[in-house]
Each structure stands twice: as C-alpha cells, then as structure tokens.
Ligand binder design. Structure first.
Ligand SMILES: C=C1C[C@]23C[C@H]1CC[C@H]2[C@]1(C)CCC[C@@](C)(C(=O)O)[C@H]1[C@@H]3C(=O)O
Ligand SMILES: O=C(O)CCC(=O)C(=O)O
Ligand SMILES: [Fe+2]
Length: 353
C-alpha cells in the first residue's frame, strides 16, 4: 500500500493487489454515440421538447441505461467550485485526509482504494463519500465535513451542500422525464424519490505507472437508482454496449446519467442498468463527482402496476425488496459488479422463499 503514496516518478510498477484480470482490461474500441438530452424545453414547460427528450431517454434506457444531459439547471460556476474544493481536498497531506478515514462498516469518509475492505482487484483511486438527505437539514453536509475533518474545511462543506441541492433538483427532474418516457404518471417516480437521499462521492484517480494493468473502478453497474456524474476533461469513463467497451467523451456542459440496478428493478427489468468502468492514465490524474440517488431505505422496490401483469407476457422479474435490503447486500455481502441484481435476487429468495 505504501507505494500508492509515492509520486508517480518514484513508482516503477504497481502493487499486485491493484492488478486486474485480463478479461476486465480489454481496451475500449470506439466512442459511444449516446444521445445528449437537452433539458431546456422540459424546464420551460414545452410539451413537444419534453416528449422529444423523453423519447431519447427511453431509447437509451431500453438499450444500455446511459445518456448525458445539457441545460440541466445546475449552475456551472457551482460545478466548478465543487471540483475545485474536491481537488483541494485530495491534494491535502494524507495525514489530513486520514482524519476522516472511512471506518469498517461505515460508508462515509475518506478511503484509498477500498483497501480496508478488499484485498484484490483494488481500484486505483481515492474517494471521499458522504450522505445527503433530500429532506434533511440544510447544514448536514457542512456538519459532515467539520465532524470528519475538523475546523477549517467549512467552505468545502458549504460548496458541497449547495452542489447537492442543485443536483437533487436535477435528479427529481430526471425522475419526471423517466416517468414520461415509460408512459406512466409523470409524478410517480418524482414522488417516489422526493423523500430519498443520495450517496455523494468525489473520485480522484491519481496518475498510474502501469495504467494497462489496473482500473480506476472495475466493471460494475451501480446498485443505486440513478447516478448523476460530473467528470473533468481528462476522460476514462467507459460503458459496455453491444459487447464492447466504449469510451465516453467528457463534456464540461453535461452531466452523465446512468441507471442503476434499483431503477432497473423498479421498471421490472425494462430499463437497463448501465455496465461501466473507469480507466486511469499514466500522465494525467482525473476526478469525477457522483451523486447516487437512492429511495428512502424502507421504500419497497416494486414496479408500478403498468410495467408488469400477472399474465404471461410481463411477469415480475424481481421479488419485492427494500432499498435497505439491497444496500446491506452490496455493502456487507457482495462487491458490486455486472451481476449484482441477479445474484441479490437469488440470495434474497433463498432467505425469503
Ligand atoms: C451503494 C453503493 C456501493 C458503492 C457506492 C454506492 C454506489 C455504487 C457502489 C460502487 C461504486 C460500485 C462499484 C464497486 C464499489 C465497491 C466501488 O468500487 O466503489 C461500489 C461502492 C461501495 O461499496 O463503496
Ligand atoms: O469516475 C467515473 O467516471 C466512474 C465512477 C463510478 O462509476 C462510480 O463511482 O460508481
Ligand atoms: Fe459506477
């Protein structure tokens, strides 16, 4: 592990714990031609533009669960400030960052490579993770930063508090568009997530002496509902479509949206959760900010009536479960990969026949 903290010039190779199997390292061939969905018309209340946006969202969610949004309503200055604060945090001495070290059994705080949880296929990244409640106190994020890292980090907390409030609004707008795209009541999913929360994470991917042997994050779909991600201009995010890894060209004006397993279950498998990974680079470090939208923990994950029928053509694909059950599975029993929902379903049914 000590190697991780050396400067890139000092490193000649990477520790074996960071080396991924060859099948996970197959290079991306081309860029994904995913739709960029313009939300301006939706926010203005323009019916035709909203239908067009919903149609693009539907096509990409039926296929792979990935799209980008522009004119998303989150202030670009606020996004820049959030990146700046996150970068400033990751550049602190390791001893400062470790003051708020993620503890075993907790999701929150600073962690390097999940090294306290896993011992192989470690991701080449540092993370800072905290929670954000949609209906929580408007000082909760500031409180998190102060209690984990002490005084002097208030500005970072304030910026992230405002950033989360902006992204929360976007997340609920996306829920409305997803509802429209599925032909159900447009407020159905917005209301479902209104009292939800988010796992918020800044990912920092340092430069790597052997980028061809490791990954910033391995192939997985997010177990959460919808992920709203903002990345810098370096690039590294890749999505698995048509049996190939495809790279995503970063757009500063866009948020990346990818569906997670919980949303797939909420649509009875109709919309796909997106299989993705992140690569790292030899000479460029990279950063991304992720907002993993989650329902309230006791909410039942069950598709709305229109998306299944008791007759043969649309049977239920997953059991009724709560987000609490699924979250516990992915934090205590299973490291998220491409088959999380499938394996959770088997595991859950074996305990709840
Ligand atoms: C519920 C969660 C588990 C993870 C953090 C949130 C949402 C996404 C999950 C994760 C990012 C998927 C890939 C594997 C993982 C271990 C990671 O590399 O960070 C996952 C997260 C986690 O368990 O911390
Ligand atoms: O950094 C990225 O582009 C991807 C991050 C990611 O997939 C995750 O944090 O779940
Ligand atoms: Fe992810």
């Amino acid at each position: 592990m000590d190697d991780f903290f050396k400067t890139s010039a000092e490193k000649t190779s990477i520790p074996k714990e960071y080396i991924w199997p060859e099948e996970d390292l197959v290079l991306a061939g081309e860029e994904l031609e995913e739709p960029v969905v313009d939300l301006q018309g939706f926010f203005r209340g323009d019916w035709e533009a909203t239908q067009h946006a919903a149609m693009l969202v539907r096509a990409s969610c039926l296929k792979h669960g990935f799209f980008q949004v522009i004119n998303h309503g989150v202030d670009s200055h606020l996004i820049n400030m959030a990146h700046y604060q996150a970068k400033t945090f990751f550049k602190l001495p390791i001893s400062e960052k470790q003051k708020g070290q993620q503890q075993l059994g907790s999701k929150w705080g600073f962690s390097v490579a999940h090294a306290h949880r896993f011992s192989t296929k470690l991701p080449w990244k540092e993370m800072l993770t905290f929670g954000f409640h949609h209906e929580g106190s408007n000082a909760a994020v500031v409180d998190f930063f102060q209690s984990f890292f002490g005084e002097g980090i208030e500005e970072t907390g304030l910026v992230f508090q405002r950033y989360c409030e902006g992204v929360k609004k976007l997340s609920l707008a996306i829920m409305e568009i997803l509802g429209i795209s599925l032909g159900i009541d447009k407020s159905y999913f917005r209301e479902f997530f209104q009292d939800g929360n988010a796992i918020v994470r800044a990912n920092f991917y340092p430069t790597c002496p052997e980028p061809g042997l490791t990954l910033g994050i391995g192939p997985h779909s997010d177990p959460t509902s919808v992920t709203i991600l903002h990345q810098d201009q370096v690039g590294g995010l890749e999505v698995f479509v048509d049996n190939k890894w495809k790279s995503i060209r970063p757009r500063h004006d866009a948020f990346v949206i990818n569906l997670g397993d919980t949303f797939m279950a909420l649509t009875n498998g109709m919309y796909k959760s997106c299989l993705h990974r992140a690569t790292v680079k030899k000479h460029q470090e990279r950063m991304s900010l992720t907002y993993f939208l989650c329902p309230r923990e006791d909410k039942m994950i069950k598709p709305p009536q229109d998306l299944f029928s008791s007759r043969e053509e649309k049977p239920r694909k997953y059991p009724d479960f709560t987000w609490f059950d699924f979250l516990r599975y992915t934090s205590e029993h299973y490291r998220a990969d491409e088959a999380t929902l499938q394996n959770f379903t088997k595991w859950f049914i074996s305990f709840n026949p």
